[in-house]
Design a protein around this ligand. Structure first.
Ligand SMILES: [Cu+2]
Length: 340
């Protein structure tokens, strides 16, 4: 679960936010930390350091051109676990998240305050969320949200840096982000029987000073996220598609999170209201496995000014692009697309 960020800095807000006054949101944004210029940085510094960066798997260079290819880090889950390297390079990194389990998961990256580890999150953050969720499930959301006063101060400094979105059992989600060196955690806070998956899915990941050497990916279309909603620009075709996710604006929502985007296959029988309600963890049925749709990935929340790239394999059909926020439909954060 989200240990953090400024969402707890403005925690005093949470009750009010949940009650519907969502304004003070941006006070909490760590804009200074937002990797605004992330797009430009990697491209220049990428002299083929690939051979040296042997800590994780990667795709080879494109031999014909001599240009560096993506730096791929595979993450595997077989249950409530994350199997991944302990260290990866900084710069553009492509995560391929293989969900070999029987539940829906995601892999959210959080850049932790100095000296903080996933163990600190397990000891000081997870219990707060679990107590809160238990109270919400017992019908006392007010007492549940009051729990967040117990969040440790360091959690306010956690900066969420995206990562693979929701992915159905047996699926693979691919997301590319630009990472600064630091001590990160990777987490999934989907719930099973009201218990967060952070019981096992909260692990450390060190991002080293070494550069991945990978270029910024090219995009086939774009998803623009603003505080007014989610917009898709360009044509969405079938086959393998990479879309850029531009976090043009960012804000704190009623579920105390920033917006993001996930992609789910839908059909005529899909209940979009049910899907929308599922996107809010603060609902007892929200984020509770199984998901009401087949998710195929997405881009987890990032600071304003960031860009992520998501690669999906689209068969012709209907898809929902949706944010993990409260009331995504009312916020213009649910768009449906027909892929020809
Ligand atoms: Cu999970």
């Amino acid at each position: 679960m989200r240990s953090s960020v400024s969402r707890w800095a403005v925690l005093a807000l949470a009750l009010g936010v949940i009650a519907g006054c969502a304004d003070a949101a941006d006070e909490g944004m760590p804009e200074e930390e937002a990797p605004d210029a992330a797009d430009e940085q990697a491209v220049e510094e990428a002299p083929g350091t690939e051979e040296e960066t042997a800590t994780a798997e990667e795709l080879g260079t494109e031999e014909e051109t001599g240009e560096p290819g993506p730096y791929v880090v595979d993450i595997v889950s077989e249950g409530h676990d994350f199997q991944l390297p302990e260290e990866i390079p900084s710069g553009w990194v492509t995560f391929r998240y293989h969900n070999d389990s029987h539940e829906t998961h995601f892999a959210l990256l959080g850049d932790l305050a100095e000296g903080i580890t996933a163990q600190d999150s397990r000891e000081e953050v997870v219990p707060v969320f679990q107590e809160a969720m238990d109270l919400i499930n017992d019908g006392d959301p007010e007492a549940g949200f009051a729990q967040f006063e117990e969040m440790p101060e360091w959690s306010e400094e956690t900066v969420y840096i995206g990562g693979p979105g929701f992915v159905a059992p047996g699926g693979m989600a691919e997301t590319t982000v630009y990472l600064e060196p630091g001590n990160y955690q990777v987490e999934c806070y989907v719930k099973t029987d009201g218990v967060w998956h952070t019981d096992g899915m909260l692990v450390d990941l060190t991002v080293t000073e070494e550069e991945s050497g990978a270029p910024e990916p090219d995009a086939d279309f774009e998803v623009i996220l603003t505080n007014e909603g989610l917009g898709i620009e360009g044509d969405v075709q079938s086959g393998e598609q990479t879309f850029a996710v531009e976090f043009a604006e960012q804000m704190l929502h009623g579920n105390a999170l920033w917006h993001d985007v996930h992609v789910a296959r839908i059909d005529g029988d899909s209940d979009l209201d049910e899907l929308a309600a599922w996107m809010n963890w603060a609902n007892p049925e929200g984020l509770e496995d199984p998901a009401p749709a087949e998710f195929i990935g997405g881009a987890q929340m990032m600071p304003e000014g960031s860009t992520a790239y998501v690669t999906v394999d689209l068969e012709p059909g209907e898809y929902a692009f949706i944010a993990e926020v409260d009331d995504p439909q009312d916020k213009g954060m649910l768009e449906t697309v027909t892929v020809p």
